[in-house]
Design a protein around this ligand. Structure first.
Ligand code: SF4
Ligand code: SF4
Length: 390
């Protein structure tokens, strides 16, 4: 059976139920796999401090073995990231094909520098379902300065057009920062002109090099205004948004606003992958991050090693890690998150709690409880979240 046919079958199942992904409790439904630490950029905010490749990155046989274990555990979608995954292009292509064979939907985040027409075709043929590409500012100079390389904006734009040319699904990733968040409406206009209709807005989490640029993070007022704006925009245009980096309940809040206005978001790929489960922060519950050397973290933004796939089976790590089991027990959360009525459905961003306090069970300092209450999102009504990947 060809890759195209198998992918169509996988997507048909998604569409048929039209309910996003569903996952049994404590299943790693979504995994992000950083295939290398090497990168051809040195972005100021890089949360994995990408630089050179590690000497001990997993080889193809090891990576296939662990993807096989993911399939057995119930993984439905795997996002290749890095570093820059196209620096290991053949590795990613082989793994993408293997994912499709196993019934896992593969996607990829890339900075686009290496993405030309023939690479886009190869990705499509291997079964990569969607490519995440960055547009971090309206002004190319601002994008280039955050990405630390002149010309990187132009290359990202080219990569977007190239993917669209070969009919490869594109999700634009875009950083929302204090000094540039005001331009988001125009930035979305630009994204739309480029032919992309799905946008993952990233909030800054103080992890990796992101720690050094936290003065660029949005204020809470800007964050709330942005969420309100995205929802309105989603009502009036043929686009769909989600938020990554600590705001997994965006789809729930947006859905409450849609309900109030008798509208609904478009049935685009990004929406189909909103997960129908009321856990909020899914780190270690429905998601984990596999690092280049085989280390496992609960989330890319929660860099706490819970095991290594060269030393233990993935199943052993997933079921028996003390940290993962603690993250699954919201009664262990401390202070405001521990006492909160949204504890089971939100849980706060465990990565941000860890980055700010050194304790992954502490409170999330950027709580959206007030906004949820204003919008009529109550603990008993929470149904979905959007995955945070990096
Ligand atoms: S205190 Fe805020 S961040 Fe923590 S669980 Fe409640 S709503 Fe979520
Ligand atoms: S720790 Fe949770 S909320 Fe924070 S980025 Fe990871 S999955 Fe999202």
């Amino acid at each position: 059976m060809g890759v195209g046919f198998r992918l169509a079958e996988l997507l048909f199942r998604q569409k048929l139920f039209n309910e996003g992904l569903k996952g049994k409790a404590n299943t790693p439904l979504i995994v992000s796999y950083a295939v290398t630490k090497a990168c051809n950029l040195r972005c100021l905010h890089c949360h994995v401090e990408a630089k050179e490749a590690l000497a001990n990155e997993l080889n193809l046989k090891e990576a296939m073995q662990v993807i096989g274990e993911m399939a057995e555990l119930g993984t439905k979608a795997l996002i290749f990231s890095g570093g820059e995954p196209l620096l290991r292009k053949n590795f990613v292509l082989s793994l993408a094909e293997y994912c499709v064979d196993l019934g896992i939907i593969p996607a990829m985040l890339t900075n686009g520098l290496l993405l030309n027409h023939s690479v886009a075709l190869e990705l499509k043929e291997a079964g990569i379902m969607a490519v995440g590409l960055p547009i971090d500012a309206l002004d190319p100079t601002d994008h280039d300065s955050l990405r630390n390389m002149s010309g990187s904006f132009a290359k990202a734009v080219n990569a977007i057009k190239t993917c669209k040319d070969v009919d490869l699904e594109v999700v634009i990733t875009t950083m929302a920062l204090k000094d540039t968040v005001h331009e988001i409406p125009k930035r979305i206009d630009l994204i739309s002109k480029l032919g992309a209709d799905q946008v993952a807005v990233y909030d800054l989490v103080p992890v990796g090099r992101g720690k050094d640029v936290m003065d660029k993070a949005m204020s809470q007022e800007q964050r709330v205004n942005l969420i309100r704006y995205l929802q309105q925009r989603q009502e009036s245009s043929e686009m769909v948004f989600t938020m990554s980096g600590g705001q997994p309940l965006y789809p729930e809040i947006a859905s409450a606003m849609h309900k109030a206005n008798d509208t609904k978001p478009k049935d685009l790929l990004l929406k189909e992958f909103w997960v129908h489960n009321a856990v909020g922060c899914h780190a270690g519950i429905l998601y984990f991050s596999l690092r280049p050397s085989g280390d496992v973290y609960p989330c890319t933004f929660l860099p706490v090693k819970v095991g290594n796939v060269r030393e233990q089976s993935l199943s052993d790590i997933w079921h028996n890690s003390k940290v993962l089991n603690e993250l699954r027990q919201r009664c262990l959360l401390k202070n405001a998150c521990g006492k909160c009525e949204y504890r089971e459905n939100c849980g706060g961003c465990r990565g941000r709690a860890y980055a700010c306090t050194g304790d992954y069970l502490e409170s999330d300092p950027l709580c959206l409880r007030d906004l949820m209450q204003e919008e009529g999102v109550y603990p008993a009504t929470v149904q979905r979240f959007g995955w945070c990947v990096g």
